[in-house]
Write a protein that binds this ligand. Structure first.
Ligand code: SF4
Ligand code: SF4
Length: 261
C-alpha cells in the first residue's frame, strides 16, 4: 500500500489496471521460477497482516513482532514501517518459505496475496476519500505473467480472498495519511505517545492488556457490548485500536469511544 499523489499516477512504473482491464497470470508449483519471488524482499506488513500471521502461528502479537519483523523509521516519516525480516541465509529467504511453498499461505500478507498486482491508495480530495489503484507489476523472472489465464482485478481479489485485507489496508491508509504531518511535537516519533499508537495498531495483544489492566476504561467510555467483544475478538480490537488512535493523537471524535470528562 503506497500513498499516491493524483498528479503522479501516470508516472509510476507498471501498468495501471482499471476495474474492467484484464491481465494474464497463473502461478503453480510446476513453474520454473517456483518460490523465486519469496526471497530478498522489502515486504511491508500492515496491522491486519500482523494480526493474521500471529493468529496462524498461534503467537502473541508481541512475540511475533519480536521474532519476525524489523521496525524502521524512514527519513521524513512520522510513523514507523514494519518489514518482515528475511532469513539470515545467502538467499535471504522469507522466514515462511518452505519447500512446498508458503507455509502461511492461508494467512499470507496482503502484498503476497495480491501479487503480481500492487495496490496503491490515492486520496481523492474532492470526495475526501481514499481510493485504491492497481498496477500490474510482475518482475521479469516471474513466468506466471506468460500464462494464458486472464483476470480482472475484482476477480483476482476474490480468487485470492484478499477483500478483507484490502478493506483493512484502506482503513490503515487513512491513518497513515494523517501521520504525514508530524503529530508528536517535542516528543518525536520515539516518544511515549507514538509508542502507544504503535501498540494500538500493531501490537494488539499488548493493547488489549492496556485497555483492561490500566486506567483506560476510567478515561474512555465504551459501550458494554463493544467492551465485551474486544476482550476476545482480535479483528474488533484492531478496528477499535484504529479509532482510538484517531481520538488519542488528533482528538478526532468517534461514536464508539468517548473521553470521560
Ligand atoms: S515468480 Fe511468479 S510464477 Fe514464479 S512462483 Fe513467484 S509468483 Fe509464481
Ligand atoms: S509470506 Fe509466503 S507468499 Fe509471502 S513471501 Fe513469504 S513465503 Fe512467499
Amino acid at each position: 500500500m503506497k500513498p499516491i499523489e493524483i498528479e503522479e499516477i501516470d508516472k509510476l512504473p507498471g501498468i495501471r489496471i482499471k476495474e474492467n482491464d484484464t491481465f494474464c497470470f497463473r502461478c503453480h508449483p510446476e513453474v520454473e521460477c517456483f518460490n523465486r519471488c519469496c526471497r530478498n524482499l522489502n515486504l511491508f506488513l500492515y496491522p491486519y497482516d500482523v494480526l493474521r500471521l500471529k493468529q496462524s502461528l498461534e503467537m502473541t502479537s508481541d512475540a511475533f513482532l519480536d521474532k519476525y519483523v524489523d521496525i524502521v523509521m524512514r527519513p521524513a516519516n512520522h510513523f514507523p514501517d514494519v518489514l518482515l525480516r528475511m532469513a539470515d541465509n545467502s538467499e535471504k529467504t522469507c522466514p515462511f518459505l518452505a519447500e512446498a511453498g508458503c507455509a502461511v499461505y492461508h494467512h499470507r500478507p496482503d502484498t503476497c496475496r495480491t501479487f503480481p498486482i500492487e495496490q496503491g491508495i490515492m486520496y481523492d480530495a474532492s470526495r475526501k476519500k481514499d481510493l485504491p489503484v492497481f498496477f500490474y507489476r510482475p518482475p521479469d523472472f516471474c513466468l506466471g505473467q506468460h500464462e494464458p489465464e486472464e483476470w480482472t482485478v475484482p476477480d483476482w481479489i476474490e480468487d485470492q480472498e484478499a477483500e478483507q485485507y484490502h478493506t483493512m489496508t484502506i482503513r490503515w491508509s487513512e491513518i497513515k495519511r494523517l501521520f504525514q504531518n508530524d503529530p508528536w511535537g517535542f516528543e518525536g516519533p520515539a516518544g511515549p505517545k507514538a509508542k502507544m499508537a504503535f501498540m494500538a495498531t500493531y501490537n494488539i495483544d499488548q493493547f488489549r492488556g492496556f485497555v483492561f489492566q490500566s486506567s483506560f476504561l476510567k478515561r474512555y467510555q465504551i459501550k458494554s457490548t463493544l467492551r465485551q467483544k474486544i476482550k476476545t475478538d482480535d479483528m474488533t480490537l484492531l478496528k477499535f485500536g484504529f479509532e482510538w488512535v484517531k481520538v488519542f493523537v488528533w482528538g478526532i471524535k468517534c461514536k464508539s469511544i468517548k473521553v470521560r470528562s
